[in-house]
Design a protein around this ligand. Sequence first.
Ligand code: ARG
Length: 467
Amino acid sequence: MKMWSGRFRQPLDAEFERWQRSFGFDKRLLKYEIEASGSHARALKSAGVLSADDLISILQGLRQIGEQASASPAFLEDEEAEDVHHFVEKQLVALIGEAGYKLHSGRSRNEQIATDLRLYVRAVIDQLRAELAELCGVIADRAEQSGDAAMPAYTHLQRAEPVLVGHWLLAYVQMLLRDADRLADCRKRGNLCPLGSGAVAGATVPLDRTTMAESLGFDGPTANSLDATSDRDFAIEFVNALSLLAMHLSRWAEEMILFSSQEYEFIGLPEPYSTGSSAMPQKKNPDLLELVRGKSGRVLGNAMALSAALKGLPLAYNKDLQETQEPVFAAAEALLQMLPLVAGWMKSVEFHFERMLESTQSGFMNAWAAATYLVQRGVPSRLAHEKIGRAVQMCLERNCELQELSLESLQSLSPAFGEDFYESLTLAAVLAAHDVPGGTAPARVRQAIDMARKQIESLREEVHAHA
Ligand code: ARG
C-alpha cells in the first residue's frame, strides 16, 4: 500500500513512479530509519497512542527487518518501495500485520529523512576521523623514520631552502588534523534531533522529544519544526569539510606524482599501488595518486551540488531535498574508500634520501642563510640581500655554488665576510638556523613529531569516546 494514495483518483504514470523513487539510494539509511523508528515507537507508547503489546511487536518487527537486511542484500531489492520509510512500513506490516501502520502516527517522512541523514552523517564523521587518525599516525611514523634526512623545499616550485623530510611530511599531518577538527565541529552543530517536528509545524501527538533525542545519542531536540524539516546545513557543512579534505589529498597526490617522476626521483612508487602500461614496457604509473586527484574533483562537485539544490528553496520541506542525499553518500563513500588506500600507500612508499640530499647541494638554497650571516655582522638586511644576490650572480657566471667562492671574491663585495662564512653555509648549519617553533631545525622537528603524536592521540580518544 502507498503511504498517500487516498486522495488520488488516478494511478501514477509508471515512468514517473519509477523515476521519483529514492529507495535505490536511501536504502543506505535503513539502519538509522530502524533506530529512529524505535525511538518514535517508544514515544508513541509513552504518549498513550500505542499499547504495550503494539510496542513490543513493532520493536520486534523493526529488529527483524534489520536482521533480514544484513543477512541478505536481496531483501533490499524492492521494486515497489518508494523510499526507505515506505520500505520499512511495508515490511513491518508484512511481519506484524495492521499494528505496523500505527508506527506512522504523529510523524512525517519529512522529519524522518532529516533524522536519518543526520545519523548517517554523524556515523560517517566518526569513521572518517578514525581513518584520519590512522593516516596521520602513518605519516608521523614516516617522519620519525626519516631522522635527519634533508630535501629541498620549494616556493613557486623553485628550490628555496632545505628542510628535513620529516618537516615536509608533518605539513600533511597538520592539514589532515584540521580536516578532522572541521568534521568534529560539523558533528557538534549537527547533533540535534528533528524527531517530533512532524511535516512542518510540529507533531500533533504529545511526543517526548527530549527522550527521543537522547535515545539516539543526540544532544537534544532541534528548536524549530520548519527549520528542522527543511535544513540540510549539516549535510552541506559535512560535504564541504570533505571537499577540503579531498583537496588536501589531491595536493598530496600531485606532489607525490611530481616527486616520483624521473625529473625528481625523490620517491619510489610502491608496486602494489601502481600499474604498468599496456604499450610501454618500462612504465610504472602512479595510478592511486592520479585517481585520488581525479576523484577529489567529484567531491568538490558534490559540495557544489548540495548548495545549489538548497539555494532556491522556500520553507519548509520540498521534494528537491531528496536530491541532497546522493551527493552526501557519494562524497562520504569516496573518502571512506580513499583514506585507507592513502594510508597503505604512505606506509609502503620508498624515500630516496640520497637523491633528496643531492638536490639540496645545488640551487643556492643557502642564500638566505648567507644573507643572515651578513645581517648578524651588522649589514642592514636589504643590503645584505643585495650583496648575496651579487654573489649568486658571480656563481652563475663561474658555474659554482656560494661556498665555492673565494674569500677574496666575497670580500670584494663586502668587508663583512670572514672565514667563518663557510661554516654558516653547510646543510647542517642552514637547517639548524631555522630554530623556531614550527621551523625545520632538527630539534624543532623532533618536538613537532611529539606534538603531532599528542594531537593524533587525542583525536583517537575523541573517536573512541563516540564509539
Ligand atoms: N524520500 C523523501 C526524501 O528523501 C522522504 C520525504 C518525503 N516527504 C514528502 N513530503 N514527500 O526527501
